[in-house]
Design a protein. Structure first.
Ligand code: PMP
Length: 361
């Protein structure tokens, strides 16, 4: 048996370990573990689940879903003030990214990434036998548009950007983006964390066919377990993406719950303001600690840099105490950093106290 040649030096996505794996590695009880590494919401949206329960018995799970996901697309169109034909629904934002890469990336052609960024992008590009060209961000982690434009050549097929960027929290600058769009190279903007920043670049899809925006229900909607994401693009570009989209990748239960969530967007706004309030409290507390630097963020997670330790040392020190953050130290320019998502105040208090102790040495 021979797998594809790309697997010769392939680096897969670094999956988040399960609670069982962490418990085993660090000698802990699974119920003592607190997760801060997935950038998801700490709150279960119970009122949405109650609404789902009401119609559950009649849900046609015996049939495939309506493959065009028309009800959800109509509701998304109203949420995003666009037309249903500007929307493609997918199994999480990750499947949207997969579809976009399959649509634009040919073998041996280049994709430009503004690094450090979400580490699933290079995996997808390499799976299509494309080449990754990394352009380093500026010192403050903003995208270096001059260098990105410079890097675009005849062999470039796409630029993949993220706003707010995971893991640095920066927004993509609209003027910088416009200058890239004028080159007519395909540009993907991952807005998985959009609702936390309130700033979108989706309006530019009305003027530029070469722009695709990616969104998800996993973050501000508190619905990571649903696995529903979507893209926003011109009608022409959306038809292109639909040629690649698999027919039935989103289940009827997920579709129904996503529809219910869009009928209750007040809950999203409340959730976002609760998380942002808690994030600001964490930032204020962390700023008082000597020996660490908090990187400003527009999302529900934050990056902190330690003077004395590497990110993997901090990861281990915290994990031993049952606190799991994301070790981002292997990413460019982040050797001394860890990323953590905002949790419930009582959980964050435990994390803040432990970070204080670690920073003290
Ligand atoms: N994009 C970014 C930037 C992310 O951080 C994540 C979550 N890790 C995703 C996409 C994937 O989101 P989803 O759960 O919708 O697949």
């Amino acid at each position: 048996m021979k797998a594809r040649r790309i697997f010769g030096d392939f680096e897969p996505y670094g999956w988040e370990p399960s609670n069982e794996q962490i418990a085993k590695e660090f000698g802990l009880k699974t119920d003592r573990i607190l997760r801060f590494d997935t950038n998801t919401s700490p709150y279960i949206p119970s009122s949405l689940l109650q609404e789902l329960k009401k119609g559950l018995e009649d849900l046609p799970v015996n049939r495939y879903p309506d493959t065009s996901y028309s009800i959800l697309r109509r509701k998304l169109a109203s949420y995003n003030k666009c037309n249903p034909d500007n929307i493609m629904v997918s199994n999480g934002a990750d499947e949207s990214l997969d579809i976009i890469v399959k649509t634009f990336v040919d073998e041996n052609r280049e994709v430009i990434l503004s690094v450090p960024t979400y580490s699933y992008y290079p995996v997808l590009v390499r799976l299509m036998a494309g080449k990754v060209k990394q352009v380093k961000r500026n010192k403050d982690f903003s995208d270096n548009f001059a260098a990105i434009k410079n890097a675009i050549g005849k062999n470039t097929c796409m630029v993949m950007l993220c706003s707010p960027n995971n893991p640095t929290g920066n927004l993509v600058n609209p003027e910088g983006l416009r200058s890239l769009l004028e080159t007519s190279c395909a540009v993907m903007i991952d807005e998985a964390y959009y609702e936390f920043s309130g700033k979108s670049l989706a309006h530019l899809t009305k003027s530029y066919d070469n722009l695709v925006i990616v969104r998800t229900f996993s973050k501000a909607f508190s619905l990571a377990g649903l696995r529903v994401g979507y893209t926003l693009a011109s009608e022409k570009t959306t038809s292109l993406l639909n040629m690649v989209r698999p027919p039935n990748s989103v289940g009827v239960i997920s579709l129904r719950l996503a529809e219910i969530a869009l009928d209750n967007t007040k809950l999203v706004r409340e959730n976002v303001s609760r998380i942002l309030g808690e994030r600001n409290r964490c930032t204020a507390e962390l700023s008082k600690i000597r020996g660490i630097r908090v990187i400003p963020t527009n999302a529900n997670f934050m990056l902190i840099r330690f003077g004395k330790y590497t990110g993997s040392e901090v990861y281990k020190k915290l994990a031993k105490r049952g606190l799991v953050v994301r070790d981002v130290s292997k990413l460019p320019a982040l050797k001394h950093c860890v990323r953590f998502s905002v949790g419930k105040p009582e959980e964050d208090d435990v994390l803040l106290k432990t970070i204080r102790e670690i920073a003290k040495g």
